[in-house]
Design a protein around this ligand. Structure first.
Ligand SMILES: Nc1nc2c(ncn2[C@@H]2O[C@H](COP(=O)(O)OP(=O)(O)OP(=O)(O)O)[C@@H](O)[C@H]2O)c(=O)[nH]1
Ligand SMILES: [Mg+2]
Length: 438
C-alpha cells in the first residue's frame, strides 16, 4: 500500500539528507517536489498546497537540533503534519440511549459497503453487542443474497424483504430489531456508479425516517480523487459523521487517504484491509503516516533529540535556581510546561509514588491559570525585576489579568519568599532554609 508515494518521497528526502546544511532555498526546492509527489498520488490540490505551506512555515521557524541533520528534522515535520492532516483516531460507534442504535452505511457502487457492514457487525458482536444487518439495497437482486450469505458466515441475522421499498425496509427493520432484542441496526444501502439525484433522495429519505445515530461514508481508497469528490457530494446531502476507507491493502496511491478528511472534516473511523471479514482495523493516523513516509526510524530519532533539548533546558533551569537568577519569566515558563502536560491532577498521577492524593486534598488548577494570567499581564521588565512593581503597576496588572490587587500581592510575596529560600539554599545553608519554610 502507498508504495509509490513512499518511494517517491523517500527519493526527495534522500536528496535533502545529503545536504549538511539546510537553506531556505533547498527546503523550498524539496517541498516543491513533495508537492508534485502528492499531486501525482492524487492528493487534492488545495490540500497539497496547504500541507506544503504548513511544513515550510514550521521548517523555517525551527531551531535545528544539534544531534540530527536538518533533513531528518524536516522529515519529522512532514510526518507530524501528515498525522495532523489525517486527523484523530476515533474508531467508536455511537450507542443510543434507547436501542436500537442505527448505523447507516452509504457510498458509491463497489466501494465496499456490504463487506464493511458485515465486518462491522462482526466486530460489534465480538464486543458483546447484538447487531442486525438490514438489506436496503433493493436495486440489485444479488445484493440481498450477498448480505444474507455474509450474515450466515458471521451468524448475524439479516432483515430483508421482497420488493423494492428501500425506505420501508429500513423503517420496518427497526421494529424487527426491537422485537428481537437486537441493539444495533446496520443498514446497507445501494450504490451507484455516480452520485445521482434518485440515489441521494432515497438515502436522504432513509436518514429522515430512521434517524441514524451514525452515518458512515464508505470510500474506496483506490479511486483517489473520485472518492474525495463523492465524499463531498454525500456530505453536502447527508452530513455523515464518519468515513471508512476500504481496500487499503491494495495499491492505493494514498491520495484519498490524505485528502478526504481535510475536504469533509470528518474523522476516518475504520480502514478495510482485505476481503475477509476480519480485515477491518481502527484508523490510526500515526500508523498510516509512517506507512506513507516509510521512515519511522527518523521520526523516533528526532523525538529523542527533542527530549534531549528539554533535558538541557531543565539543567539550565537548575543552574538558575542555584544561582538565584530565577525570574518570574522562568516561573511562567515552568507553569506552562506543567499545563502542557494536562490537568494538574493527571500530571501528579504520572509521578511515581503519587498515585493517589490524600483524602480531602484538592488540586487547584484555577490557581495555576490565575498565576499565569497575572504574570502574563506584566511587562518583560517587571517579570525580570519584580522590585519595580509599585502600587499603580499592581493595579494595572490586576486589571489586565482580571484579578485583584491582593491576588497580585500574594503572588509577588510567594515569589519573593521562594527567591529568598533559593538564595539560602545556594549558600549551602540548608538547615536555615528549611526552618524558614515553617
Ligand atoms: N482487497 C479488498 N477488497 C475489498 C475490501 N472491501 C471490499 N472489498 C471487495 O470489493 C468488492 C466490492 O465490495 P462490496 O462490499 O460488495 O461493495 P458495495 O459497496 O456493497 O458494492 P455495491 O453494493 O455494488 O454498491 C468485493 O469484491 C469485496 O470483496 C477491502 O478492504 N480490501
Ligand atoms: Mg453492496
Amino acid at each position: 500500500m502507498f508504495q509509490t508515494l513512499s518511494e517517491k518521497l523517500e527519493a526527495v528526502f534522500k536528496k535533502l539528507r545529503g545536504h549538511g546544511k539546510i537553506t531556505e532555498a533547498n527546503v523550498a526546492e524539496s517541498l516543491r517536489e513533495v508537492r508534485r509527489v502528492l499531486l501525482d498520488a492524487d492528493v487534492n490540490l488545495n490540500v497539497a498546497k496547504e500541507f506544503v505551506e504548513n511544513v515550510q512555515r514550521r521548517a523555517v521557524g525551527q531551531e535545528v537540533l544539534a544531534s540530527i541533520t536538518p533533513g531528518q528534522q524536516i522529515v519529522k515535520i512532514i510526518h507530524d503534519e501528515m498525522v495532523k492532516l489525517l486527523g484523530v483516531s476515533k474508531a467508536d460507534i455511537a450507542e443510543a440511549h434507547e436501542p436500537p442504535t442505527v448505523v447507516l452505511v452509504a457510498g458509491l457502487q463497489g466501494s465496499g459497503k456490504t463487506t464493511f457492514s458485515a465486518k462491522l457487525a462482526r466486530l460489534l458482536k465480538s464486543k458483546g453487542r447484538n447487531p442486525l444487518l438490514v438489506a436496503a439495497d433493493v436495486h440489485r437482486p444479488a445484493a440481498v443474497h450477498q448480505l444474507v450469505s455474509l450474515g450466515k458466515q458471521t451468524e448475524i441475522p439479516v432483515y430483508s424483504e421482497v420488493g423494492n421499498d428501500a425506505v420501508g425496509i429500513a423503517v420496518r427493520s427497526l421494529d424487527f430489531a426491537r422485537k428481537n432484542v437486537r441493539d444495533t441496526v446496520i443498514i446497507d444501502t445501494a450504490g451507484r456508479m455516480h452520485v445521482d439525484d434518485a440515489m441521494m433522495n432515497e438515502i436522504a429519505q432513509i436518514k429522515e425516517q430512521t434517524r441514524p445515530h451514525e452515518i458512515l461514508f464508505v470510500a474506496d481508497a483506490m479511486t483517489g480523487q473520485d472518492a474525495v469528490n463523492a465524499a463531498k457530494a454525500f456530505h453536502d446531502r447527508l452530513d455523515f459523521n464518519g468515513i471508512v476507507l476500504t481496500k487499503l491493502d491494495g495499491d492505493a496511491r494514498g491520495g484519498a487517504a490524505l485528502s478526504i478528511r481535510a475536504v469533509v472534516r470528518k474523522a476516518i473511523k475504520f480502514v478495510g484491509v482485505g476481503e475477509k471479514l476480519d480485515a477491518l482495523e481502527p484508523f490510526y493516523p500515526e500508523r498510516i503516516a509512517s506507512r506513507i513516509l516509510g521512515m519511522g526510524d527518523i521520526v523516533g530519532l528526532v523525538e529523542k533529540a527533542q527530549e534531549q533539548v528539554d533535558q538541557e533546558k531543565a539543567v539550565r533551569l537548575g543552574e538558575k535556581l542555584r544561582t538565584a537568577q530565577f525570574t518570574l519569566e522562568d516561573f511562567l515558563d515552568q507553569l506552562r510546561e506543567i499545563r502542557k502536560m494536562g490537568p494538574l491532577e493527571q500530571v501528579l498521577g504520572m509521578i511515581p509514588g503519587i498515585n493517589k492524593l490524600p483524602a480531602g486534598a484538592q488540586v487547584d488548577d484555577k490557581a495555576l491559570v490565575q498565576t499565569e494570567a497575572i504574570i502574563q499581564s506584566m511587562t518583560t521588565e517587571e517579570r525580570q525585576k519584580p522590585s519595580v512593581i509599585n502600587g499603580s503597576r499592581r493595579r494595572r496588572i490586576a486589571m489586565g489579568s482580571g484579578t485583584t490587587v491582593q491576588d497580585v500581592n500574594r503572588l509577588l510575596k510567594q515569589f519573593e519568599d521562594m527567591r529568598k529560600m533559593m538564595k539560602k539554599l545556594s549558600r549551602g545553608n540548608f538547615r536555615r532554609a528549611i526552618t524558614s519554610i515553617h
